[in-house]
Design a protein around this ligand. Structure first.
Ligand code: PMV
Length: 324
């Protein structure tokens, strides 16, 4: 029996991943960029146990069966094959943020599962390979393995589709002020959404400009140019949601307060606050702002009646082993 615990932060994408060229390998149609979210983490313990007859999975203390367990088990199969082991595993995971509501819980979960599973087997793989394995569980999980500001290269093979850090967490003092407007689990998960992305006439146009937005976003982060960053980040989020809304069947992740907050953020920026919005596959609004304006943004969000909670996250570290 061998065990290890790892922790991985969620991440927020500034240039979005939406749609695959290969659904099984989760090879994305475009490269993406994100920032890890300090303190919004999944913590996962993996115990490989020869005495177990089947994998088990508990999330936040509750045993899970059905599709959730199958997805974890499929990822354990990948690890078993790569590490040459046959034992089944006990997986115990906990999140300290709402699951399935636009804070990428699957990213943190599969990054932590990958790093804990490999460490528990006593193996040492390169960070690059860990990102490719995490990707097989959930595409965005590849970006939660490296530290700080991360780029995921789309690539066209399993080995080429990897993520790496391009700036450490302390490189740029920006904050993700997250307006939580729903804590419900989303109706349509992102895997199904990736599969239907091409049914939108707009996906081809989104993908055509993605490389240029990727370069612009990367440069604005490295130059700490907030105005240009805000412009490309909001545009990229709007493009992804336009694809979602025009897919068949359509995916509407926004709720009425989502739109209210997006309008407010644009207004606040016009008044001089350095803030912009971005949304993943859920209704919660990630308000990205420079540190000096974060308190002000947080207060203004609290004053909006439909906002249930406000969470602040600074740029975070990559996945780490905390116990072995
Ligand atoms: O990793 P997945 O399959 O949960 O997809 C994540 C998709 C978005 O969060 C909407 C965008 C992104 O790049 O994180």
């Amino acid at each position: 029996m061998s065990t290890a615990t790892a922790r991985a932060n969620a991440n927020i994408a500034f240039i979005k991943y939406w749609g695959n060229t290969d659904n099984d390998l989760r090879l994305p149609v475009n490269s993406s960029i994100s920032m890890n979210l300090d303190g919004l983490h999944a913590q996962t313990t993996v115990t490989w146990d020869d005495g177990l007859e089947a994998d088990t999975f508990a999330l936040n203390g509750k045993a899970h069966f059905g599709e959730a367990l199958r997805r974890v088990s499929r990822h354990l199969d990948v690890l078993r094959q790569r590490l040459n082991i046959e034992a089944r595993a006990r997986v115990e995971s906990s999140n300290n943020f709402p699951t399935g509501a636009g804070i990428a819980s699957s990213a943190a979960a599969f990054a932590a599962l990958t790093v804990a599973g490999v460490a528990a087997a006593g193996a040492a793989l390169t960070e690059r390979e860990l990102t490719t394995i995490a990707r097989l569980g959930s595409g965005s999980a590849s970006r939660s393995v490296p530290t700080g500001f991360v780029e995921w290269h789309a690539g066209s093979t399993h080995d080429e589709s990897f993520a790496e850090s391009f700036a450490p967490p302390d490189y740029w003092d920006i904050v993700d002020v997250i307006a939580v407007v729903s804590q419900q689990h989303k109706q349509v998960g992102s895997s199904a959404g990736h599969h239907s992305a091409l049914t939108s006439d707009l996906q081809a146009a989104r993908v055509a400009g993605a490389e240029q937005r990727f370069e612009t976003c990367r440069r604005t982060i490295l130059e700490r140019d907030f105005a240009a960053f805000a412009d490309v980040v909001e545009h990229d989020s709007n493009l992804m949601h336009a694809v979602m809304m025009t897919s068949r069947p359509p995916l509407f992740y926004w709720l009425p307060p989502t739109l209210t907050i997006m309008e407010q953020v644009r207004q606040w920026r016009a008044e001089g606050l350095r803030v912009c919005y971005t949304l993943d596959a859920g209704p919660n609004v990630h308000c990205i702002c420079v540190r000096d304006d974060a308190e002000q943004v947080s207060q203004r969000l609290h004053a909006i009646s439909d906002v249930l909670d406000v969470r602040l996250a600074r740029p975070g570290a990559g996945a780490t082993i905390i116990n072995i």
